[in-house]
Design a protein around this ligand. Structure first.
Ligand SMILES: Cc1cc2nc3c(=O)[nH]c(=O)nc-3n(C[C@H](O)[C@H](O)[C@H](O)COP(=O)(O)O)c2cc1C
Length: 213
């Protein structure tokens, strides 16, 4: 048994007040994201967890990379036939979350995922290094495979036989998650943390509330 009850950290770096928050959560997200990118203690600020409700009824969370965000949503790329792709097909409600320990900050976004326009997925696929393109093509993401050697031989085969241009396979591309709620969590001393949640109402206005920690 490993007892971790003494693992305890006081969060003291920043605070989050109603008077500081912007009307639009995207602006606050952009500020926090850029601060995370610039912070020495944060590696891969764009790594985020994506939770889906699986076909087996269980939620599942895994890390992907945020590749773009705007008013229209948050974009990541993956295999549409992967476990997450199949889950999104059946239930597009997802949750994205960022934890930036160096900033003592968490952001949780609930939203609806849809496939990104194919020309945007094409553009991103073309911008990737060839070996990344090859891996995306030959990897039946989330399927059982016989061995690592099997994948390496598929990778070698396609790398050798293909020219400079590889077409994006239809089973690989982006999802864009349109946010319904965005919650900002700032760690504070003595566990009295700050939580500010933005929720879209029926008129598509953002409603801002403070939540108890
Ligand atoms: C830091 C990090 C970044 C990752 N980025 C991606 C990504 O952008 N897209 C992706 O499909 N998987 C990415 N993965 C792998 C996923 O976590 C996951 O293993 C994969 O997408 C298969 O998930 P699924 O079987 O639940 O669909 C990343 C993993 C880590 C740890």
């Amino acid at each position: 048994m490993q007892d971790l009850s003494n693992f305890r950290k006081s969060y003291e770096k920043f605070d989050l007040n109603e008077s500081d928050v912007t009307d639009n959560p995207l602006e606050l997200f952009r500020d926090w994201f850029n601060e995370a990118v610039d912070h020495d203690a944060v590696d891969e600020a764009n790594a985020m967890s994506v939770s889906t409700i699986g076909l087996d009824g269980f939620p599942k969370t895994r890390v992907v990379l945020l590749k773009r965000y705007s008013e229209n949503g948050f974009v990541f790329y993956t295999n549409y036939e992967s476990e997450k792709g199949r889950a999104i097909e059946a239930n597009p409600h997802v949750c994205l979350s960022f934890f930036w320990p160096g900033m003592e900050r968490q952001v949780i976004i609930k939203g609806t995922a849809s496939k990104l326009a194919s020309n945007l997925s094409d553009g991103y696929f073309e911008s990737r290094p060839k070996l990344s393109q090859v891996s995306a093509i030959i990897s039946p993401q989330s399927q059982v495979v016989p061995s690592r050697e099997y994948l390496e031989s598929k990778q070698k085969e396609l790398t050798e036989k293909s020219g400079d241009h590889l077409e994006r396979p239809k089973y690989w591309g982006g999802y864009i998650v349109f946010p319904q709620s965005i919650e900002f969590w700032q760690g504070r001393p003595n566990r009295l943390h700050d939580r500010i949640r933005y929720e879209l109402n029926d008129a598509y206005d953002w409603v801002i509330n403070r939540l108890a920690p």
